[in-house]
Design a protein around this ligand. Structure first.
Ligand code: OAD
Length: 245
C-alpha cells in the first residue's frame, strides 16, 4: 500500500524536503492553475505577467481581488495538517511551497519557504510601505486601483511572471534540496521554473525523488516513484496510520 510505503521512505531518510504546489490546496476550495478545474481553463495566464499588472492594474485587481487575495476564510486540509505533523515529529525538514495561500502556516508548519510570495501581503512600489489584504480590499471598495498614502501603486507581494523569485527563499530552498536524501513533490505540475528545478537539483545531489500528483508532471521521467492519487485522501490515510486525529 502507498501510504505504508510512503512512511517507510520517510523512515529511511535522514533528511526529507517537501515541495508543494496548488494541488495541495484544492481540497480547501482553492482552485489550482492547470488541473481539470484549474484557473487557466477560464483565465489567460498573462493575468500574472508583471507587464499586465503594471499596465492594467485595475484589470488585474478586478480579476484577482476575490480569486487570489480573498482567502482569509479558507482552512487547511489533511495534507497541510499531515505536513505540519511530520515536521513536528522530526520526519521532514520543512516545506518549500509555490503556494501563496498561507495554509501551511495556518496548519502549524514552522519551516515554510514561500517561493512565490504571499497573497495576503502587499507593498507600495514607490516607498515600500506594507499593507495587508484587508487594507487593500477596503481600498478596492472605493477605487479601481489601490494607492499608497505617497501616491504609489500598491502591488501584491507575490511573484509575477517576469519577476525574480525572492533571493533568500530561493537560497534556503536550495540548501534544503542539496541536503535532502528524499525529495517529495506534492500537488504540482512541475512546469514552472525555477521552482521546478529544485527536484532535479536534489536528485543531482543524490536525493531520491518521489512525485505525488494526480495527473502528469513535467518531471515524471526522472522520478524514482510516482504516486497518482488524491492528496487529501492519501494524507488522511497517513494521518490515521500515524495514529493521530
Ligand atoms: P498547477 O495547477 O500547475 O498543478 C497542480 C497539480 O496538482 C495538477 O497536476 C493537478 O492535477 C494536481 N492536483 C490538483 N488537485 C489534486 C489533488 N486533490 N490530489 C492530487 N493532485 C491534485 O499548480 P502548480 O504546479 O503549483 O505561479 O503551479 C505552479 C505555478 O504556476 C504557481 O505557483 C503559479 C502558477 O502560474 C505563479 O503565478 C508565478
Amino acid at each position: 500500500e502507498l501510504a505504508e510505503e510512503f512512511l517507510e521512505f520517510l523512515d529511511e531518510s535522514e533528511s526529507t524536503a517537501i515541495l508543494t504546489g496548488a494541488g495541495v490546496s484544492t481540497a480547501s476550495g482553492i482552485p489550482d492553475f492547470r488541473g481539470p478545474q484549474g484557473l487557466y481553463k477560464k483565465l489567460p495566464q498573462y493575468i500574472f505577467d508583471l507587464d499586465f499588472f503594471l499596465s492594467q492594474p485595475a484589470e488585474y485587481y478586478k480579476i484577482a481581488a476575490d480569486r487570489i487575495h480573498n482567502l482569509f476564510n479558507k482552512e487547511p486540509n489533511a495534507t497541510h495538517r499531515l505536513l505540519a505533523m511530520l515536521e513536528k515529529k522530526g520526519m521532514i525538514e520543512g516545506v518549500i511551497t509555490q503556494n501563496i495561500d498561507g495554509l501551511h502556516q495556518k496548519a502549524g508548519s514552522k519551516k515554510v519557504i514561500e517561493l512565490h510570495g504571499n497573497a495576503q501581503k502587499f507593498f507600495c512600489m514607490s516607498c515600500g510601505k506594507r499593507y495587508t489584504a484587508e487594507d487593500v480590499l477596503k481600498m478596492l471598495e472605493v477605487s479601481d486601483v489601490p494607492k499608497c498614502t505617497c501616491g504609489g501603486l500598491i502591488k501584491p507581494d507575490v511573484v509575477f511572471f517576469g519577476e525574480a523569485l525572492p533571493e533568500s527563499a530561493m537560497a534556503e530552498a536550495y540548501i534544503l534540496s542539496e541536503n535532502a536524501e528524499l525529495f517529495i513533490t506534492m500537488g504540482s505540475s512541475l512546469v514552472v521554473y525555477p521552482a521546478a528545478h529544485l527536484p532535479t537539483f536534489a536528485k543531482q545531489k543524490g536525493a531520491k525523488l518521489l512525485i505525488i500528483n494526480q495527473g502528469e508532471t513535467g518531471l515524471d521521467y526522472i522520478a524514482d516513484k510516482k504516486y497518482e492519487c488524491d492528496l487529501a485522501e492519501f494524507s488522511e490515510r497517513i494521518i490515521s496510520l500515524l495514529g493521530e486525529v
